[in-house]
Ligand binder design. Sequence first.
Ligand code: DC
Length: 214
Amino acid sequence: MIIAVDGPTASGKGTISKELAKHFSLPFLDTGLLYRAVGWTLRLQGGNADDPIDALNACTFDGQLLDNPDLRSETIGGLASRVSIHPQVRRALDKRQKDFAYQSAGAVLDGRDIGTVIAPDADVKLFVTASSEARAVRRFEEMKRRGEPVNFDDILADILKRDARDQNRSAAPLKPAEDADLLDTTDLTIGDAIQQAIALVNAKINRRRDKDPA
Ligand code: DC
């Protein structure tokens, strides 16, 4: 079974995807980390994130880099969003994600274009959203916990900028697949959001079973 989970930053999709992978015993890939690794490598190489050639040259990162917790910083997230608009970069990361999605054990992948481009025939597609304010509050609390200097207005502005870039790029923009189930987590605790996601997956499996009994 392939479960595709897409949505904007801080919507809860990362936590939900990890829990779905655990619940259904499936391998999990956070595809945002691949774009973050490109952003990280580009910074080390002194490249310009808006230059497609510099960004492509940064796609040759070592797989071990994906374990580096520093990839999760806001700065690297911003660079990841900038390099991800280049079709060359998306093509360079395409095979790795498709190989993961179509492995025989099945998979859960989270990202922006999993249900639309990477695994368009995924068994289950979830599009996880939340209002920009709710997402900014979550990011604010998370950064405060990590002891990072935070300003709410800056965080909200950054989220809006990142959304606009992810949604308006021409290559694989962030949008729900036509057959995706929407999960709005604005007013949900993370525990409730996970339970609803599990229920949506089970409902989809049951619908398919009813339509196509073995
Ligand atoms: O999910 P994240 O915040 O770690 O992703 C960082 C950036 O990477 C995001 O702003 C856009 C890009 N990205 C993408 O374009 N496609 C994906 N499948 C995953 C992430």
